[in-house]
Design a binder for this molecule. Structure first.
Ligand code: SAH
Ligand code: DHB
Ligand code: MG
Length: 225
């Protein structure tokens, strides 16, 4: 893949300096992730703050995340929660989940966050079978092959008016290439196809550049129905 354009990263630095500033908890999270050799595929600093603001904007009290990694985006999302708010985050890898729990604990957010280890589709089915109240905000950032399945689970687990956010929906433009050699593209395209004229979700996607190169977020709102 192409390297990040240096000017995109420089502008990200400028944005962070002016609008976000130092964040020891998130810095410590990234340092711990690097020590444990986790892939550096967390959302960026500016993106993490965007998730926090979106979740605060919808007044989210219950948030679902699919794809925890080391907990960087989970810390961002949990910060949006009120005192009695709750984040459920789903992660396949037990080692990643353990590190995320440690990072979230050090960020002072452990009481608000529950990480469920396993294949997300199975955890989602279990959540649907349970009697927990529905989510106000869902952030999807795990295996792209399952994005269309995650959409349907997210809709069933969400209240009307809930916000859905999917990461990595542009992939340096590869999303429009039906013959892409990137194995993650078909799953991403299946999400767009599922949302074409979807009766339950209004959606858009916004392209982004920055330290995570050219990519984008898909945003949706679950309709009243
Ligand atoms: N949201 C994180 C980054 C997530 S990276 C952040 O911004 O900080 C994607 C994560 O999804 C990885 O940790 C990977 O292990 C997890 N994942 C991949 N396939 C999965 C599956 N089938 N079920 C649950 N988690 C999965
Ligand atoms: C990858 C996954 C992500 O969620 C991301 O934001 C960037 C890269 C990846 O699997 O390569
Ligand atoms: Mg991602």
């Amino acid at each position: 893949m192409a390297k990040s354009d240096p000017s995109w990263s420089d502008v990200d630095d400028y944005i962070v300096e002016h609008l976000i500033g130092n964040d020891p908890a998130l810095d410590a999270c990234l340092a711990a992730n690097a020590r444990e050799d986790l892939p550096a595929i967390d959302v960026s600093t500016t993106q993490g703050r965007m998730l926090e603001l979106l979740a605060r904007g919808v007044g989210a009290k219950r948030i679902l995340e699919i794809g925890t990694l080391g907990g960087y985006s989970a810390i961002s999302l949990a910060r949006a929660l009120p005192e009695d708010g709750h984040l459920v985050s789903l992660e396949l890898e037990p080692e990643y989940a353990a590190l995320a729990r440690s990072n979230i604990e050090k960020a002072g957010l452990a009481p608000k966050v529950e990480i469920i280890v396993g294949e997300a589709v199975k955890s989602l089915a279990a959540l649907e079978a349970g009697d927990a109240s529905r989510f106000d905000f869902v952030f999807v950032d795990a295996d792209k092959e399952n994005y269309a399945a995650y959409l349907e689970h997210a809709i069933r687990l969400s209240r009307p008016g809930a916000m859905l956010v999917f990461d990595n929906v542009v992939r340096e433009g590869e999303v429009i290439n039906a013959d892409s050699s990137d194995p993650k593209v078909p799953g991403t395209r299946a999400l767009y196809s599922a949302l074409q004229d979807h009766p339950l979700v209004d959606a858009t996607a916004i392209q982004t550049v920055g330290s995570k190169k050219w990519d984008g977020f898909l945003l949706g709102i679950v309709r009243d129905n």
